[in-house]
Design a protein around this ligand. Structure first.
Ligand code: ATP
Length: 292
């Protein structure tokens, strides 16, 4: 990673466009009435990076996701995908441009099977309209067969477990497996950029480790770029190329995991004053050692 990507303690006036930038937020602000949920945020996500957005509750993380996916329109600022503005485009259009997401609270169709949920994720790519679905000419039958094969291929990314349970209602699955199905459904739209909102929430340690492995595989094997919100610091620190930290809607730091981990503003915002005091003490001890 080059130095222009990492800016600690503050941000440039506008993000610098780079050749391999996939997503850029430039001075993005979102206000709700008198409340500024996101304030002048710049963010640069390059191809095949895993980037985390962290910050205390209410910092603006979910609002950033909702802005990128077109649920909200920025009050000001610009959002670019591959250098092209996606502001003012509908959420559906943004999916077809290559951004899909999962949700903090899993949003699957519980009355549908595992396979059906992934098939739903392909709807933006399928050509058959209502008439085609009713009369089922051969090209519609062929398209359905291909969609099914593709859905099974996506489920197989997670090993045999979801393939074996493809015809079960998702409501019968464990929480961790439902999160996998939600990712498979997001993959069905052929994204370039995958947004994962707390992908390990509610998971135990073993499930979390497994999730970290498959998130890395999403990048390494499928070539995806991943932007995630994650509350478990060990998870973000372990797999992120860089981490953006929000506090009260502002980006207070953006850097390598180790840079962010020891940034005092981050420690203060994220871990509270006690942790900051510990950091101050560590600094004082290091300074004393240097003087010796
Ligand atoms: N639709 C909305 N209308 C009014 N205020 C909103 C709306 N969405 C978010 N907010 C406010 O914006 C601020 C940022 O909220 P947001 O959900 O983005 O934070 P967050 O970092 O995702 O928090 P958490 O970690 O708790 O999910 C909060 O003060 C929240 O109450």
């Amino acid at each position: 990673m080059s130095s222009d990507q990492v800016e600690l303690k503050g941000q440039p006036e506008s993000a610098v466009a780079t050749a391999d930038a996939l997503l850029e937020l430039r001075s993005v602000t979102k206000t709700f009435g008198g409340l500024t949920a996101v304030s002048g945020v710049n963010l640069l996500v390059r191809q095949r990076e895993i980037v985390s957005v962290i910050g205390p509750n209410g910092a603006g993380k979910t609002t950033v996701f909702n802005l990128i996916t077109g649920i909200y329109r920025p009050t000001s600022g610009e959002i670019l995908l591959n250098g092209q503005s996606i502001v003012n485009q509908s959420p559906d259009r943004i999916v077809t441009k290559g951004i899909t997401r999962t949700f903090q609270n899993i949003r699957l169709f519980n009355s549908m099977t595992v396979l059906e949920n992934v098939l739903v994720g392909q709807h933006t790519r399928l050509k058959a309209g209502v008439l085609g679905s009713l009369f089922r000419p051969p090209q519609v039958v062929a398209e359905e067969r291909k969609a099914r094969e593709r859905a099974l291929e996506l489920l197989s990314f997670f090993g045999p477990v979801l393939i074996e349970r493809q015809d079960e209602y998702v409501s019968n699955l464990s929480y961790a497996d439902r999160r996998r199905v939600e990712i498979a459904r997001a993959l069905a739209a052929d994204p370039k950029l995958l947004l994962l909102d707390e992908p390990t929430a509610g998971m135990n340690e073993a499930e979390t480790l497994d999730a970290v492995k498959y998130i890395r595989r999403l990048r390494d094997e499928l070539g995806l770029t991943i932007l995630l919100i994650e509350h478990k610091l060990a998870v973000t620190m372990g797999m992120s190329d860089h981490i953006a930290v929000l506090d009260y809607g502002q980006k207070i730091a953006d850097g390598l995991p180790d840079e962010v981990r020891y940034d005092k503003r981050v420690i203060e915002a994220y871990l509270g004053r006690q942790a900051k005091e510990e950091a101050d003490q560590r600094d004082a001890e290091a300074a004393a050692r240097e003087e010796e």
